[in-house]
Write a protein that binds this ligand. Sequence first.
Ligand code: MN
Length: 202
Amino acid sequence: MSLERYRRKRNPERTPEPFGEDRPAPGRQNRGLFVVHKHAARALHYDFRLEMEGVLRSWAVPKGPSMDPGKKRLAVMVEDHPIEYGDFEGTIAPGNYGAGSVIVWDRGEYRSVDPIGDAAAGVRAGKLDFELFGQKLRGGFTLVRTRGMRSGSTARPAWLLIKKRDRYASEQDVLAIYPRSVLSGLTVEEIGSAGRYEKGCR
Ligand code: MN
């Protein structure tokens, strides 16, 4: 059960985060949802999520994604999240897992390029080339698993998220230029001070 780890870390009575439904694996799909959350937790980071096998497969990216092919970004694989998490913005109260504020920094569709149309197989093999059709992130990217593990309370596989060289590649700092949510238009600081949250279904 893919969402078991997700649910074990959270108390549905204390967090506004969605718990999701168990779905049968939808099988191969050429396009799916991608979401990048900006998460002002104990340490500010971005969470990069790709829909596959009925869940959002997720990586925590401490420095956030880059449009510069010269900047390889560490991406630590974390627990699968429910598809509904793609709509989630808000504040997770202190004392809960991931406490802090969250915005949907970017969202759109992605397409698995290699392996063609089967992102899950690429993730299992440790390398995935894909194309993003977001509002901020566009063009080709690679996720590749390294030999290393990120230490901590539980060792987690370390990957690298790398922009491909294409016409969308840029040295501009997209994180700084476009800090706002693509859903609410708020920054992560604003959504935190508003104390609001939203959740819903795609
Ligand atoms: Mn996070």
